[in-house]
Design a binder for this molecule. Structure first.
Ligand code: TMP
Length: 205
């Protein structure tokens, strides 16, 4: 039986999640929890290999969905479930909401197929809490570093990210109790303050 906590972090590219995940990782370690920091796509040796293909190789939408769920299955079995069973706090930078937002919303891929894959792969496993960093795509795009070559998703246009944002909102509306929506178009200090308030209210502080 799982005694840990599973917390996922979501948002469009450029939402600024990383700084805040870093801060929570430090905070919860200092509070004495075993913290497992991980990410998707990725999180295991196999899933990290699939991540490289997923981000950089052209493929049709069903292949894309199958690949990300294949990596997720390995990640759940090798890392997430064992960590939760030990009582660890798992901080996961993106999880299945990203698939519904990017493949479902952004690419327009069939949500029923995604739901079927979610059922097969997760057997009911969902994060206990999801922090959704929400902001307009224009603001997010301005934040993305120009220094490196964008991957297949970062290279998409603003319309794609509007659909991704709407996809996230749809997921949130279907399961509002799991989500905390953070207005990410504020200063880092304001965002950190909102996160702290929300976590306290949910008993995650
Ligand atoms: P990252 O750069 O935040 O690690 O995420 C990698 C990219 O993969 C990001 O643009 C979102 C995208 N992605 C999907 O399209 N579907 C998914 O299921 C996941 C987890 C990520």
């Amino acid at each position: 039986m799982s005694t840990g906590r599973f917390i996922s972090f979501e948002g469009i590219d450029g939402a600024g999640k990383t700084t805040h995940i870093d801060a929570l990782e430090r905070l919860w370690r200092e509070a004495g929890h075993e913290v497992v920091r991980t990410r998707e796509p990725g999180g295991t040796a196999l899933a990290e290999k699939l991540r490289g293909l997923f981000l950089h190789d052209a493929m049709d939408p069903l292949t894309e969905a199958l690949l990300v769920f294949a990596g997720r299955r390995d990640h759940i079995k090798q890392v997430i479930e064992p960590a939760l069973a030990r009582g660890a706090w798992v901080l996961c930078d993106r999880f299945t909401d990203a698939t519904f937002a990017y493949q479902g919303g952004g690419r327009g891929f069939d949500l029923q197929v995604l739901t079927q894959l979610e059922d097969w792969v997760q057997s009911g496993l969902q994060p206990d809490l999801t922090l959704l960093f929400d902001l307009p795509p224009q603001v997010a795009a301005a934040r993305l570093t120009q220094a490196r070559q964008p991957d297949r998703f970062e290279a998409q246009d603003l319309d794609f990210f509007e659909r991704v944002r709407a996809g996230y909102r749809q997921r949130m509306e279907a399961d509002p109790g799991r989500f905390v929506v953070i207005a990410a178009d504020q200063t880092q200090t304001e965002v950190a303050h909102d996160i702290a308030q929300a976590l306290k209210a949910r008993g995650f502080a």
